[in-house]
Design a protein around this ligand. Sequence first.
Ligand code: TRP
Ligand code: SF4
Length: 342
Amino acid sequence: MSNLTSDSQKRVLSGMRPTGKLHLGNYMGALYNWVRLQHEYECYFCIVDWHALTTDYADTSQVAENTREVALDFLAAGLDPEKCVLFIQSHVKQHAELHLLLSMITPLGWLERVPTYKEQQENITGKDLTTYGFLGYPLLQSADILIYKADFVPVGQDQVAHVELTREIARRFNQFYSNPIHPDAPIFPEPQVLLTPSPKLPGTDGRKMSKSYGNTILLTDPEPVIRQKLKPMVTDPARIRRTDPGNPEVCPVFDLHKVFSSAETQQKVRQGCTTAGIGCIECKSWVADAIVAEVVPIQERRRRYENDPGLVKDILADGEHRASARAEQTMCQVRAAMGLAE
Ligand code: TRP
Ligand code: SF4
């Protein structure tokens, strides 16, 4: 019990880029987990629209609309504004101020060495990412985290290096500067990763589900669309005829069963597939059932918020207010520690 109470005071911060309507991969990789965390921690969840600009600066026409869609998906997925703070990064200007101040102490080499920097420059074609803003991407993320003095950062494996950088920045800041009133209490705690378990979630072509592959199932897809998208989905390539037995362990449809279906259904599939007792069409209809069951309550909640844009606006304004208050507290300490005039 005492453990529970102290845990409940621990802070969690995470962010998501506004990519537009979210798909099942985004949901399982983040929101599904965040919804559970909001009951255990003091949680801050933000839509990081400035981060979107680091890659999409040449065409910003979708940023506001995408931010709105992600906000609706946050609420639809079950993030509860009574239980956590939901806000838009660019509405809390202190993130930019802390990013600037941290940039003063950040060696260029630390940013150039972050693995995502080179990877993304090579993988994202058609965009010039040799910009100052893109190099600073992980430092802006550090500012997002440190400004709330977050203890935990729920992210996937791909973000671990960014949290590691954040820890190094915190340490370096604490070495240079201290609180004038409490010189022994470091200003920034070192945040820890809360690794989000990431089950394999294939898209309809069998590759990882990703917007850029065009193989996604959206949280907002109506039931007939979900069934339609699953129909042509890749299965065990060795199962050519209905009478051929299959191997679920090499089948992307079964990967979806593992995430969404009950243990009983999974067992039925294992049994039916390996004995050619069921066909792939039937098997896909079962996984469609499970996905539909997961998204229907999400879609119902979303509809209520879509029909009440004033409510969403109020929720985000309240989130901005609460996040700003916390961020401003930290910034007062940071400005004083760095010797800036009051
Ligand atoms: N870089 C993260 C991603 O691509 C998004 C992000 C921005 C973030 N700021 C953050 C995640 C702070 C966790 C904490 O997913
Ligand atoms: Fe895959 Fe199901 Fe077909 Fe087996 S029956 S190959 S698990 S889709």
